[in-house]
Design a protein around this ligand. Sequence first.
Ligand code: DX5
Ligand code: ZN
Length: 225
Amino acid sequence: MVAAKIAPSMLSSDFSNLASEAHRMLSFGADWLHMDIMDGHFVPNLTIGAPVIESLRKHTKAYLDCHLMVTNPLDYVEPFAKAGASGFTFHIEASKDNWKELVQKIKAKGMTPGVSLKPGTPVEELYPLLDDEIPVELVLVMTVEPGFGGQKFMPEMMDKVRTLRQKYPTLDIEVDGGLGPSTIDIAAAAGANCIVAGSSVFGAPEPAQVISVLRKSVYEAQITN
Ligand code: DX5
Ligand code: ZN
């Protein structure tokens, strides 16, 4: 069984109070903090960079699950490692020619390498990265077009999750976009174990309850499969 990791997306937090928002989510039972890094080029939105990760790191020892929606991920490895990132997940669409070097550098800097794919990218494109002698250790399946929180979950992406889970039983498979109490069961049944949730957690009157529903669904799908 692969452990459930519930990762509130800090994109939905109050950025002016990032440290207290992070502490609040951890006190509600979050395992990881999901940090969305957007460069205004790979995606049409601009968010935060290494200086913000560095500031947050001073306030928490939590696992900072960094999702880099950027055109040149290689340029960000060194600054993110220095800033204290835990996981470094890049997009395959931005690293077709240099993913080997990228994964090596991420590992050498002590971060966990992950790869993400947009809804239009076939899952087969990830096999070389998963079967390499230095493999990626997490796959983030986008369940919306990357760029913004609060979009609608795309259930048709679950074929990718099922295919990956069948082929890689112990892989960390993360889903990101539109996850919440009404969509978690289908993602959990497909085999996802890392769950990113922004608006459903931050917008809830009781975020702790949503986090616990997400975790329970992953756990129950695993014991019935
Ligand atoms: C979208 C981001 C997500 C986003 C998820 O590009 O990668 O992490 O914040 O937000 P919700 O859960 O609101 O869809
Ligand atoms: Zn994300």
